[in-house]
Design a protein around this ligand. Structure first.
Ligand SMILES: [Zn+2]
Length: 115
């Protein structure tokens, strides 16, 4: 285990409202992490180091949803040994959308877009 992705647990309706508000305020909405169909963890204004972990198409970590005392949590686990000063990354696995977000991870197998 590397770190838990911590933030506020919110429902889809709230996530949609916040996404609009963050856009108006000039804050990106990339700190929202979907747990399941109706739960999102929003680390935009309250979170930990995990929210700064970048995406990679060839990551050294992965995100997994686990249940602790009936509460779902997002935990980042390593896939391999990680060296000192090596960047920690995981695959965001964003759903496919028409408006593409370019991927700049630089991996040999880069998919070119995040979604
Ligand atoms: Zn990539």
């Amino acid at each position: 285990m590397v770190i838990e992705y911590v933030g506020q647990n919110i429902r889809q309706v709230i996530a949609d409202m916040r996404e609009k508000r963050y856009e108006e305020e000039g804050i990106g909405s990339s700190y929202m992490f979907r747990v399941d169909h109706d739960t999102i963890i929003d680390a935009t204004k309250c979170g930990n180091f995990a929210r700064f972990i970048n995406h990679s198409c060839n990551p050294n970590c992965y995100a997994k949803i686990i249940t602790v005392e009936s509460q779902k949590k997002i935990v980042i686990y390593s896939r391999q040994a990680i060296n000192v000063n090596e960047e920690i990354t995981y695959d965001y696995k964003f759903p496919i959308e028409d408006v593409k977000i370019p991927c700049l991870c630089g991996a040999e197998n880069c998919r070119g877009t995040l979604n």
